[in-house]
Structure formats: C-alpha cells, structure tokens
Design a protein around this ligand. Structure first.
Ligand code: C5P
Length: 399
C-alpha cells in the first residue's frame, strides 16, 4: 500500500501520455495522492481535464502563471512530494534533465527537487537507441535517477523495438520499490532465479528455451517492493534489471547453480528460471564445420544439476522457504504435488501452460499454489499481480 504517499507525476509529450491516466488510477487505488504537472508538449497528447478528474488535484503546466506561483510555487510542488515520477519521459525532457535546463515547469521541477526521481522513458526506437539519448540516460542513472522500462514491442510508429512505455502496473511496482523500503520484508534476503539458460554447443551455437523471464523478474521486483534485499540470478533475457535488485547475469545452468550458491545465505529462494534439463557433453572449442550432409554431427547430452533440488537439500545454508515452479500442460496440480515431494521444496507455484490456457508468452498467468497444507487456486491474473501476491505470501511465511 502507498497510503499517505504523495506522488508528483510529470507527464511529457508523447503518444504514450494516455497511459498516465491508468497510472494515476492505480496509484489512487493504492492510497497514494497524485499531483500532475505537464511539460510544454504534453497537453497535445492528454488533456489537463482528464488528469485533474482522475487525480482530483489541480494540474500544473505553466511556469509563469501567477496563481501557480502564489498558491503553490515550483519549489513547493516538489517539496510536497515523496517521489517525482516522469511518465512518459520523452527524449526531449530526458535531454533537458541531463543538461540541467529549466525552460518549462516540468524541467524546473526536476531541477529544483532534492527528492528521488523515477523516469519511465517512451519514444521511437531509434530515438531511444541514439547515442545522445543513451548518453543522457547514463548521466541520469549516474546521478541516482531510477528508471523503469522502456519495454520492447510494437510501437505506435509501426516499428518494433525498445521504446514502449513500461506498462502502468510495472511503473507502480517501481514506485513501490522506491517508497516501501521499510516494508514487511525489510532485513530479509531473497534469492530469485529467472529466465532461460543457454547451453553452448560450440562458440557460436547454443540450446535455449522460450522463457522470457517476465514472471521471475516481476517476482524479484515485488519482493524488493516489500523491502527485501533481493539477489536475482538471471539467464539471458531482454528485460531491464528490476529497480532496487542486485542482478547476477549467467548463461548456463552450471553458472546459475554457482551464482545461487554464492548468494547464500538467504531467507527464501524463488526458483522461477526455466533451467535447461540437459547440456552438451563435449562443447566444441572451435565452431563445428557444416561438412557434408551425411556427416551431420550428433550431440550427446548430459543432465544439468537441478538447482531447485540442490537448494532444497537440508543443511545449514538451506533457505527457510524454498519455492519452485512447475509448468504443466495436464494434471497440473497432481504433477506439481509430486514435483514438490521429489524436489524437496516447500511450495510449488503450478503454472497451467496448456495451449487452452493462453498463458505461454502472455502477460497473464493462471497458477495454483501448492504447499504442505494443500492447494490454492488463484484466478487468472497479470504476471505482476501473481508476483505481488506471491511476495505477500512469502512475507507472511517469513514473519
Ligand atoms: O523439473 P522441472 O524443470 O519441471 O522443475 C521446474 C522447477 O525446477 C522450477 O522451479 C525450476 O526453476 C527448477 N529447476 C532447477 N534446475 C533444473 C531444472 C529445474 O532449478 N535443472
């Protein structure tokens, strides 16, 4: 909950500005109050009236308006806030922030504040990848500004790539991570694995799987949001590092196991990675030549270590709570219950990935939580919401 927190939401010009409305709704539902300020260009994309109706607060846009200055000047506006959030953050506003300009109300508020600032960039993919924007972002990050997104996907300009505004629930999660440092999991260390593993065949080829890392990364973010110190051991993913989480990047299952062991002790471990079951026995040192078709190489596979089972083994370093995942297409609950016994973990989050569920690769998840006490059937929920509920349950279990 964000009850009693006050967010100064700065909206800059861009097609994604309409998503600021949904963000305001989510923040209000969490108990936060929101005041909006617009950049010069923002009012071309979203009306001050809609922002005002949803925030139930006056919307500020004019640096030189006398009433703004007399009723609540720009210094006062940022002083009253617990956090400044820029969503969407356009390439132009990010550049002005990096340069320390104060040429409109939005830039002035950002220069005049000593509060924590979170930016959610949104722009065309080439604007995002342009060295100018990347250098500006590096400067802002070095100054301690927090970033959420951008995400990769189809864009309003008919292109594809990084540049889409992070979805409002992900921005909310980032806000929680910044404001709820004194949360229920303060003082606890939680280890999370996420993403696929890549098992090399030779220096240029590897065996992989389709895991996006979305669920595991969302869990890491949600745990950090409750104040936990989170170590995220991640296979190769196309996702930004969650805010406030220490990330260890690995490629293979063996590296993942080593990184997990190195991260212990932990109070809880959540193993959401899709670890490859096998790796190639003899990885070729040089690229394997194609040769003639008759001589297609045969790959001999050997089993990978089971990280979940290894961390569940009794011992001084066993986390108090070990949570595994089980992606099943049939007899979901029964298979997951068997897996819980076989692996020796405490809970299994059983995931219905049958084609009929539509969960694979999607934003939503349909899970059952299997514990020693029994089975809980959760409704179909966004992956961020599954993460939040799981983090809450972990917090209760560690009390
Ligand atoms: O055996 P299966 O792959 O279905 O089990 C899934 C669970 O086990 C997940 O929590 C996954 O992270 C974990 N796992 C692991 N190491 C492996 C294989 C799976 O930690 N080698």
């Amino acid at each position: 909950m964000l009850a009693g927190k006050h967010i100064l939401l700065i909206v800059s010009g861009g097609i994604a500005a309409y998503k600021a409305l949904e963000l305001i709704r989510l923040l209000r539902a969490e108990g936060a109050s929101v005041t909006c300020a617009l950049s010069r260009a923002a009012a071309q994309f979203v009306t001050p009236l809609s922002l005002q109706a949803l925030s139930e607060n006056r919307v500020y846009s004019d640096l030189f308006s006398l009433t703004d200055e007399s009723e609540m000047g720009h210094i006062q506006l940022s002083r009253a806030a617990d956090l400044l959030v820029v969503a969407p953050a356009s390439a132009d506003l990010l550049a002005r922030m990096a340069a320390g300009l104060a040429d409109d109300l939005a830039a002035t508020l950002l220069l005049a504040t000593d509060k924590k600032v979170l930016v959610a960039p949104a722009m065309n993919v080439r604007m995002w990848l342009h060295p100018a924007t990347q250098e500006n972002m590096a400067k802002l990050v070095a100054r301690g500004i927090a970033v959420v997104g951008p995400e990769e996907g189809p864009m309003a300009c008919n292109e594809f790539g990084p540049g889409r505004l992070a979805e409002p629930p992900a921005i909310l999660e980032a806000i929680r991570a910044l404001l709820e440092k004194e949360g229920k999991l303060a003082g606890k260390h939680v280890l999370v694995t996420s993403g696929p593993t890549h098992e090399p065949i030779d220096p240029v080829r590897y065996i992989a799987n389709r895991s996006s890392g979305r669920q595991g990364h969302a869990i890491a973010a949600a745990l950090a949001g409750l104040g936990a110190r989170v170590t995220l051991v991640s296979g190769p993913v196309a996702l930004p590092d969650p805010i406030g989480v220490s990330v260890r990047k690995v490629e293979t299952a063996e590296q993942m196991l080593a990184a997990c062991k190195a991260a212990l002790p932990a109070d809880a471990a959540v193993m959401a990675a899709a670890v490859a079951d096998w790796r190639v026995a003899d990885v070729a040192v040089q690229k394997i030549k194609k040769g003639s078709e008759a001589k297609a190489p045969t790959l001999t596979l050997v089993p990978n270590p089971d990280i979940l089972a290894a961390l569940s083994e009794p011992g001084a370093l066993r986390p108090k709570l070990v949570v595994g995942f089980a992606a099943e297409t049939e007899n979901v609950v029964q298979h997951a219950q068997e897996k819980r016994m076989r692996k020796g973990c405490d809970w299994i989050v059983a995931n219905d990935v049958s084609p009929a569920s539509g969960v694979m690769g999607g934003e939503e998840n349909l899970v059952h939580l299997i514990t020693a006490e029994g089975v809980e059937h959760w409704p179909r929920l966004p992956k961020t919401e599954v993460a939040r509920r799981l983090a809450e349950r972990i917090a209760e279990a560690l009390l």
